[in-house]
Design a protein around this ligand. Structure first.
Ligand SMILES: Nc1nc2c(c(=O)[nH]1)N[C@H]1C(S)=C(S)[C@@H](COP(=O)(O)O)O[C@H]1N2
Ligand SMILES: [Mo]
Length: 428
């Protein structure tokens, strides 16, 4: 005789593994666990019989479409735009991390950072020039490039200025994605950069690669040649389709794990050089004044970070009970090894479940069950990567970097859950 298992969490299941009611990360992996407390209603068979009266089951639905769109009802999951009115096309739009699940960012919700708008570039007219310290300067049409062997890789892309409101004296009240969403994760596909650089024949004196975009800002930037040869990509595709115009159509450079600015969009020129070009975005910007009065520059790597996306600011929990705390973590140095979660403001921690696949230089989803007893709580997450690097508390980051910080803010974020269920952003 088969019988559906209906295990309500036992008192043993609800045994906290850390303060504030964090539960064993494997709790939800138990089969047949019933969480009616989480809001589900158990109906009798009779109560379901009225289903055939549902209006959308009584006539054929809408027809086919050439390109699908999200449900009309999900129009709230949007990029939030902050445009700089003084400079046309300059600004950012954030990925709504708090509205998303899994590790892939839908292409239409990939964050944007443009210095001078999105150029409209005809695929047939776009060319990539490779010149400077090379044996054979080369130009490629996009059709030429498309014939080279390709590969694809899941990679996060993060602006060096992401999360920078964290440097503010007071915590900014906004949604998680609008605080931390200048980061997205896509499957990028294209041609390994080393393949075309080898074809051009790099001169032994070359140490830097200068990349330039074909937008009105003609953004250009210097990349150490070692990195260019190691794992960079000339990307033509994003999440299976040609790159979206706002993310660099028809060609962008992908520099895995390093600052967003290096990932030149609308890429049309690569120059091999002895020295960096000392462009505005590696001198006046993306450099930081340190407490000892010196400025650091060429801080390429995006260090480990994590964000709890649910529960997160702007939400109100409907009541005490069991919740899954969810979020993502990523590191520019490789794989995420562990994510710890705290429900008591960092006094005690418990390891979250890392969802497979755990890929290097990609988003990693983490989850942990939490029994909220209705008392005020402070949720935090702390990422640890495969090099052993530990995401710092805000106090530590500010002490190390001083008060002039603007870029590379990766401190632990704290979300306070009030006794009425409201979630706010706090510094703790
Ligand atoms: N040509 C060009 N490339 C560019 C930029 C730009 O304005 N023009 N912005 C850079 C910055 S600062 C970042 S963070 C990333 C943003 O990429 P996305 O808009 O696809 O998210 O692109 C980089 N590449
Ligand atoms: Mo950026």
């Amino acid at each position: 005789m088969s019988r559906a298992r209906r295990d309500v969490p036992s008192s043993e299941d609800l045994q906290p593994v850390a303060g504030g009611g964090l539960l064993d990360r494997r709790l939800f992996l138990k089969r047949g666990l019933v969480l009616s407390g989480a809001g589900a209603m158990v109906l009798s068979a009779d109560a379901r019989a009225g289903d055939d009266a549902l209006p959308w089951m009584r006539k054929p639905g809408r027809g086919f479409s050439n390109y699908g769109q999200p449900s009309e009802q999900e129009r709230r999951a949007i990029r939030w735009i902050s445009a700089n009115r003084a400079v046309p096309g300059n600004g950012v739009s954030w990925t709504p991390l708090h509205s998303l699940e899994g590790i892939i960012t839908p292409s239409g919700l990939h964050f944007e950072r443009h210095h001078n708008g999105v150029p409209e570039i005809p695929f047939e007219r776009h060319q990539l020039l490779i010149h400077g310290l090379v044996k054979r300067p080369l130009t490629f049409s996009m059709a030429d490039l498309s014939r080279y062997p390709m590969r694809s890789q899941m990679l996060f892309l993060e602006c060096g200025g992401n999360s920078n409101s964290g440097w503010n004296k007071e915590p900014l009240q906004s949604r998680a994605g609008y605080l931390h969403g200048l980061v997205s994760c896509s499957e990028w596909a294209g041609v390994p950069l080393s393949v075309v650089l080898d074809e051009a024949g790099v001169d032994a004196q070359a140490k830097w690669l200068i990349a330039e975009g074909a937008d009105a800002a003609a953004i250009h930037i210097s990349i150490p040649l070692d990195k260019a040869m190691k794992d960079c990509m000339l990307a033509l595709y994003q999440n299976g389709e040609h790159i979206r115009p706002e993310n660099g159509y028809p060609l962008r450079l992908i520099v895995p794990g390093w600052e967003g600015i290096l990932n030149i969009k609308w890429l049309h020129r690569l120059e091999l050089a002895r020295e960096p070009v000392m462009a505005r975005n590696e001198t006046a910007r993306y450099t930081e004044l340190m407490p000892d009065g010196r400025a650091r520059m060429f801080t390429f790597v995006m260090e480990a970070k994590s964000v709890i996306t649910s529960p997160s600011p702007g939400e109100t929990l409907p009541g005490r009970g069991i919740y899954e705390v969810r979020g993502m973590a990523w590191s520019g140095r490789g794989k995420i090894r562990r994510v710890d979660v705290s429900a008591d403001g960092g006094a005690t921690w418990a390891p979250a479940q890392l969802q497979e696949p755990v890929l290097p230089l990609s988003f990693t989803r983490f989850r942990i069950p939490w029994h909220w007893n209705g008392a005020p709580a402070v949720l935090k997450s702390r990422a640890i990567d495969e090099t052993g690097y530990v995401q710092p508390e805000r106090e530590k980051l500010v002490a190390e970097r001083g008060r002039n910080g603007y870029f590379h803010y990766n401190a632990i974020a704290a979300w306070q859950v009030e006794d009425d269920g409201e979630v706010t952003h706090v510094y703790r």
